[in-house]
Design a protein around this ligand. Structure first.
Ligand code: SAH
Ligand code: SF4
Ligand code: F3S
Length: 442
């Protein structure tokens, strides 16, 4: 048993960037700090420990980490500990050591179990500490302080073995590690017992679930087991790599009562040559077939995607193919990005990088079309009565709450705190890019 001096009056502040993985990991970081006796501070200015949970997926969030570290240095002068966690810590440790040597703690995403020991070391001898083991097994017994009382994230896999040519995630998060089914099921059971109404299963590619386990289990099977635990709650999952979507997953989305009819299926590019150079393992035609099959089988399916413009070598014509495919499919929601070269990836070294102006104009064209389509799709649903799970109060408009449809569309409508966690019927009265404004039906 380790002994830690009393930290009763100490506080922490967490800054979280990036994806749902990081949001979930920050809940673990908060859980560990609270188990050590730290309390959440009102702001960075008051905190004894400030942790940045960082994202390296594009250049912009990576740079933000370095500018934030510059700003936070003043807190160190009053004695605060500054730590960098997450994907930038793992993938850019050398740059942090060089450009921000004042950082007290560097922790890669698989190393949070070391936080108690390293924090204590950093506090007692003010010497930088780090744990950056890239392919460590993440233990099951880490505590978590969850941010929301209605909806919860549950990791099913960590890391990724896909190595898409543009992507830094496998370098930042290490190889695939699937959690064993009993560990996932125990966590879900426990959350449902606590009253959570929605569970989102998380993995970089959920369809790779089980590939690294000795027992024969795959994602559709796990989904079936999670569904069995539910009694009216909702299950979602993200992300599905289009290459690996089995027919059984489509059947699970169709047949399992708790599993919401929403599929986030990152396309990345709508041109088969670009897709091949990205190493995605599917063609534009195969993707279109998959979408057709899914829409045919799953009534009311909502589809969202991620797309990138300006991958090295992408010609104007290839971009047009992407544009047209998106226009044909008519996604409910599409997140559009400019390719950003990431150190160490194969795409970074490809010779035919697309000039910034071309990337910018392609992004603008695509984003405008995608927004237009999303609004049109939503406009079709105005007047419909939607089943909405109320997830939180709306910070922007007082006496309004925010919830989601089964299709993951945001709905904002007049309501009070007492609706949190309730499944209510809401009539969509106004279409927005992000979803709907609505009114609750009695
Ligand atoms: N595991 C998920 C993706 C995680 S990263 C998947 O396989 O789909 C989230 C999104 O960021 C990706 O879908 C991609 O569209 C985008 N992205 C990843 N690397 C990028 C890069 N180098 N430049 C621009 N966008 C990138
Ligand atoms: Fe990155 Fe590809 Fe893995 Fe997704 S599947 S995290 S895009 S390497
Ligand atoms: Fe997520 Fe960004 Fe890491 S998208 S996996 S936090 S690089």
């Amino acid at each position: 048993m380790l002994y830690f001096p009393s930290t009763m009056s100490l506080t922490y502040h967490l800054i979280t960037m990036g994806c749902q993985m990081n949001e979930r990991d920050s809940e673990t970081l908060a859980g560990i700090l609270e188990s050590l006796g730290y309390a959440r501070a009102q702001s960075a200015a008051e905190a004894d420990v400030i942790l940045l949970n960082t994202c390296a997926v594009r250049e912009k969030p990576e740079h933000k980490v370095f500018s934030l570290l510059g700003e936070l240095a003043r807190h160190q002068r009053r004695g605060a500990i500054i730590g960098v966690c997450g994907c930038v810590a793992q993938a850019f440790a050398a740059a942090i050591r060089e450009h921000a040597p004042q950082v007290d703690l560097l922790l890669g995403p698989r190393n949070y179990a070391d936080l108690p020991v390293l924090l204590e070391e950093a506090r007692s001898n003010r010497h930088p500490q780090e744990a950056l083991d890239w392919d460590r097994c993440i233990p099951e017994d880490l505590p978590a302080t969850r941010d929301n009382t209605v909806t919860a994230y549950v990791n099913i896999t960590y890391g990724c073995d896909n190595y898409c040519a543009y992507c830094i995630v496998p370098y930042a998060r290490g190889p695939l590690q699937s959690r064993r089914p009993p560990a996932v099921l125990d966590e879900v059971r426990c959350l449902l017992d606590q009253g959570y109404r929605q569970i989102t299963l998380l993995g970089q590619n959920v369809n790779a679930y089980g590939q690294d386990l000795d027992e024969p289990v795959d994602f559709p099977e796990l989904l079936g087991q999670v569904d069995q635990l539910c009694t009216g709650q909702r299950i979602r999952f993200t992300t599905s790599h289009p290459q690996d979507v089995p027919l059984r997953l489509i059947e699970a989305l169709r047949d399992l009562p708790s599993v919401c009819e929403w599929l986030h299926l990152p396309l990345q590019a709508g041109d088969s040559t670009v897709l091949a150079r990205m190493g995605r393992g599917y063609t534009a035609e195969a993707y279109l077939d998959l979408v057709a099959r899914a829409r045919q089988e799953i009534p009311g399916l909502t589809l969202s995607t991620d797309v990138m413009v300006g991958f090295p070598g992408e010609t104007e014509e290839q971009f047009e193919n992407t544009y047209r495919l998106l226009e044909t499919i008519r996604f409910d929601q599409a997140f559009t990005f400019k390719f950003s070269p990431r150190p160490g990836t194969t795409a970074e070294k490809m010779p035919d990088q697309v000039p910034e102006e071309a990337k910018q104009s392609r992004l603008q064209r695509l984003a405008e079309m995608v927004a237009r389509v999303a609004r049109q799709v939503n406009r079709h649903q105005v007047g419909e009565v939607l089943e909405v799970l109320v997830e939180q109060t709306d910070a922007k408009s007082p006496r309004h709450v925010r919830g989601r449809t089964r299709g993951n569309k945001l709905v904002i409508f007049p309501g009070e705190q007492d609706l949190l966690g309730q499944m209510v019927n809401v009539r969509a009265t106004e279409a927005k890019l992000w979803g709907f404004r609505g009114e609750r039906l009695p």
